[in-house]
Design a protein around this ligand. Structure first.
Ligand code: FVH
Length: 293
């Protein structure tokens, strides 16, 4: 029996920054014919040596393939690059980080130019692209047909998670997840600050911190359950009243260690506000309602 190699989809990639270059390498390695373009042409040289076709202009790069992926700095750079290209009949996948509103506007802009649109939010740093470091994936939203048609190709750099037809949803999930990450980094920064001037090795402390954050992470499932049911007292283990009673300990310790409370104080203020509303038996879930205008 003769085996015919499966033909790999050819595609175009606009933008060869740190992320674009990592993406490009995975498609080349997997045998996808790839046309690339970058504003600064020198960044394409290494990829050309690895088999990429380098287009003279963004318009030429778009013309080369039906599937066009963009990974640029921000939405204005996407506008700069795509202006003057002919998108008629193309499938545009935009992996540039932006707001949900920008993604929705870009989807409409693309539709009026006769193309299908898929927005992507990359939940990975460049070393996670191509599987060298595990855990990375890309959120997608927008045209379901486009996603399903090209999923095999899109799955080459990282896992895929399709989150809905609303083009803004990938960006919404992306920003929500990254916001949680910054909250975690803020907590970690405060923790390291507390031990900074003591005889505690940060390298010894780090595994304790990482394990603790991992142990606490599943609490988000209880939060989701409480938000769904509307009952913020459901399954409460450590209620708000008890936690607010502990706040002076955190503030005094920070003061004694010579550490600013500017990262923690806004959260403590919300906890106290919610308690003042008579929600002492609740979990911390009620704070979410204080944030939403
Ligand atoms: N790198 C990361 O860790 C994060 C991980 C999560 C997702 N982000 C987002 O990915 C987009 C691209 O990020 P990047 O890391 O590739 O960024 P840079 O290395 O800074 O490359 C930027 C590329 O954009 C081109 N560019 C910028 N402005 C323009 C413009 N006005 N016209 C044309 N191209 C433009 C730039 O070209 P050049 O400077 O080489 O000429 C690069 O190709 C981004 O949305 C992250 O948030 C990455």
């Amino acid at each position: 029996m003769t085996h015919h190699p499966v033909e790999k989809t050819s595609l175009t990639l606009l933008g060869l920054g740190a992320m674009g270059t990592a993406l490009a390498r995975t498609w080349l390695t997997a045998g996808h014919p790839l046309t690339v373009w970058n504003r600064t042409p020198a960044r394409a040289a290494a990829l050309a040596a690895e088999g990429a076709t380098v287009a003279e202009s963004a318009a030429d790069a778009v013309a080369a393939n039906a599937l066009v992926v963009v990974c640029l700095l921000d939405d204005p750079s996407v506008q700069d690059v795509l202006t003057g290209t002919d998108l008629t009949g193309k499938d545009l996948v935009n992996l540039t980080t932006g707001t949900p509103a920008q993604a929705r506007a870009r989807a409409e802009w693309t539709r009026t130019r006769g193309a299908r649109y898929l927005d992507g939010g990359i939940m990975a740093v460049p070393p996670m692209i191509g599987g060298a470091q595990p855990g990375g994936y890309v959120l997608y939203s927008g045209s379901r047909e486009l996603f399903e048609e090209h999923e095999q190709t899109l799955r080459v750099p990282a896992g895929t998670r399709y989150v809905g037809e609303d083009a803004g949803f990938a960006a919404l999930h992306d920003v929500a997840l990254l916001s949680a990450m910054y909250g975690m980094f803020a907590g970690a920064a405060h923790a390291f600050a507390l031990i900074r001037k003591e005889d505690v090795d940060p390298a010894t402390f780090a595994p304790l911190l990482a394990d603790w954050l991992v142990a606490m992470a599943p609490a988000v499932h209880q939060t989701a359950d409480q938000l769904r049911s509307g009952d913020y007292t459901k399954g409460v283990v450590s209620n708000l009243a008890m936690q607010v009673a502990g706040i002076p300990t955190f503030l005094r310790t920070a003061e004694q260690q010579g550490v600013s409370t500017e990262l923690l104080s806004p959260y403590f203020a919300l906890m106290r506000r919610r308690l003042a509303e008579g929600s002492g038996e609740e979990d911390l879930t009620g704070l979410i309602d204080l944030l939403v205008h």
